[in-house]
Design a protein around this ligand. Structure first.
Ligand code: BTN
Length: 321
């Protein structure tokens, strides 16, 4: 019997679970149950025990362990089969790559409390302090071509946006093309997708998500551009709840994506989440192009309407809002 087993039974029931029922459903002794309860209490779980009634879980701590996430009732509706937790790691994307060749049909989530070498896109680093954010990577082997893999980043951004809305409907976050999540104009989430592939065959894909949830202190140089859900809304979210919502939403959007193996059935929904839509954008790079963002096409490319009315498709890179 693991902590996950005990938590699953407790979380599945809004009322009290008798000690006997727990012993029977888990096939263990009363002493074994009692020991696990005490262990969970020392970790911050508020578990009430009332004589003649049994056990009841009042609240769980804001932790991201595999047993906290996997014991959530909604976990089974999510995308992954397994969660692997690290208190501290260099980067969950690096760890996913180290484990990459072991992945077959199942999907894994690697998640940690803090990263010592968190990586962002274009070789930037990603500040990943302990206790306040969600630093995680999905590891799986999709049956798509390497050329389609960049669309998974779009799918992920949609899942993050939808998950935040599920947990905190008043958080008015949007996607900045292609895949940053912004709230009040500031970036609260970034996504880094990597893969190991041959020209026509994917060995595995790693989708890293860095989500500033309850972070309050940002380095000086980031304070104008980066923020967190707590900083922008004043609401502290329980991170495991957001992770489980993300896994459920990812499952939903990924299934839609896999029907055509492109974004055709997601374009309308994505465009409704796109902060750039109908706004002036300027592309980065030497030949900066400016125009009004119209939305994405089924490949996830951004369509821009130029001053003369011509449409131009932007494949990669960044645009300013
Ligand atoms: C970006 O530059 O916007 C992408 C940031 C991605 C950060 C996440 S945190 C979890 C995973 N591990 C990493 O080292 N990076 C990604």
């Amino acid at each position: 019997m693991t902590k996950k087993d005990v938590l699953r039974v407790l979380k599945a029931d809004d009322s009290y679970v008798s000690g006997q029922a727990l012993c029977e459903s888990l096939g263990v002794s009363r002493t074994a149950v009692w020991k696990q309860m005490n262990q969970l209490k020392t970790e911050g779980y508020d578990i009430e025990s009332v004589s003649n009634k049994g056990y009841h879980i009042n609240s769980a701590p804001d932790i991201l362990t595999d047993y906290e996430i996997e014991s959530e009732p909604m976990f089974k509706e999510g995308f992954v089969d397994e969660v692997v937790f690290f208190e501290e790691i260099d980067s969950t994307n690096n760890e996913a790559k180290r484990q990459g060749d072991t992945i077959r049909d199942k999907a894994k989530l690697l998640i940690c409390e803090s990263q010592t070498g968190g990586r962002g896109r274009r070789g930037r680093n990603w500040v990943s302090p302990s206790g306040s954010g969600i630093w995680m990577s999905l590891l799986f082997k999709p049956d798509i071509t390497p050329a389609s893999a960049s669309m998974l980043t779009i799918v992920t951004a949609m899942a993050v946006k939808a998950a935040i809305t599920d947990v905190l409907p008043k958080a008015d976050c949007m996607i900045k093309w292609p895949n940053d999540i912004v709230l009040n104009g500031k970036k609260i989430c970034g996504i880094l997708t990597e893969m190991s592939a041959e020209l026509e065959y994917i060995h595995y894909v790693v989708i890293g998500v860095g989500l500033n949830v309850n972070t309050l202190d940002f380095p000086e140089e980031l304070s104008d551009i980066a923020s967190s859900i707590l900083k922008e809304t004043g609401v502290k979210i329980k991170r495991s709840e957001l992770v489980v919502a993300f896994l459920k939403e990812f499952n939903y959007f990924y299934k839609k994506f896999m029907k055509e193996k492109d974004l055709s059935s997601l374009v309308t929904e994505y465009d409704a989440m796109l902060i750039n839509k109908g706004r002036e954008v300027v592309t980065s790079g030497e030949l900066a192009i400016s125009g009004t963002a119209v939305g994405i096409n089924s490949m996830g490319e951004l369509i821009i309407k130029l001053k003369d009315g011509d449409l131009k498709v932007i494949r990669a890179g960044e645009v300013s809002v």
